[in-house]
Design a protein around this ligand. Structure first.
Ligand SMILES: O=C(CO)[C@H](O)[C@H](O)COP(=O)(O)O
Length: 223
């Protein structure tokens, strides 16, 4: 699978949200990454259902919704109705992860599980076949613009090995501090979805930045 790019709307200009949505629509990005923070699971609050509905109304690409919230089961259906294509919940926020993943799929969405930087890949041993996506957090969740944690490379290798032969269509997503310096190495380590927020929207030309991330060819020098 060629790698996908999911610009994080968290770093967009909320006063010009429609402009930034159109920018993503017209770029080579594949998905919209939509971060939901509740101020409890993470020490920050982002935005809620009306904003997700507005994004969905204007977006021409799938909405990849990352729930950084406690007890996400309460809101799965509301996010689906707001326009989510993929819903990712945190391993650390779920008591019955298998049930939650099942509920997301039964609604017709793809289902992802996110891991905080301290949470080992090995904990996915008994659920790797059931998820569509694993989101490896490469910063502690809650804020954009943080420094990339290098141990992520090791986690991507471990995840790729865990999924091999058991879930070969798995989306392996990396989120936090992604930029043009580490993107090639991340794809080589196993990531096939790159989330980028600040690197895109703080750049002089966000469209060009998205397209540069997409046009990387990490395997071009391999026979
Ligand atoms: O989930 C997130 C924060 O919890 C963001 O998606 C992530 O941090 C991306 O932002 P940036 O690319 O600016 O690091």
């Amino acid at each position: 699978m060629n790698h996908l790019i999911a610009p994080s709307v968290l770093a967009a200009d909320f006063a010009n949200l429609q402009r930034d949505i159109e920018l993503i629509n017209n770029s080579e990005a594949d998905w919209f990454h939509v971060d939901i923070m509740d101020g409890v699971f993470v020490p920050n609050i982002s935005f809620g259902f009306p904003v997700v509905e507005s994004i969905a109304r204007h977006a021409t690409k799938p909405l990849d919704v990352h729930l950084m919230i406690t007890d996400p089961d309460r809101y799965l259906e509301t996010f689906k109705n707001a326009g989510a294509t993929n819903i990712t919940v945190h391993y650390e926020a779920c008591t019955h992860l298998h049930r939650t993943i099942d509920a997301i799929k039964k609604m017709g969405c793809t289902a992802g599980v996110a891991l905080n930087p301290h949470t080992p890949i090995s904990l996915l041993e008994d659920i790797i076949e059931d998820v569509d996506l694993v989101l490896v957090m490469s910063v502690n969740p809650g804020f954009g613009g943080q420094k990339f944690i290098k141990h992520t490379y090791q986690k991507l290798h471990t995840l790729k090995a865990l999924a091999a032969g058991r879930n070969d269509s798995l989306y392996i997503e990396v989120d936090g501090g992604v930029n043009l310096t580490n993107a090639t190495s991340l794809v080589k380590a196993g990531a096939n979805v790159l989330v980028a927020g600040n690197f895109v929207f703080s750049s002089d030309n966000p469209m060009k930045t998205i397209n540069s991330l997409k046009e990387l060819d990490p395997f071009s020098n391999l026979i």
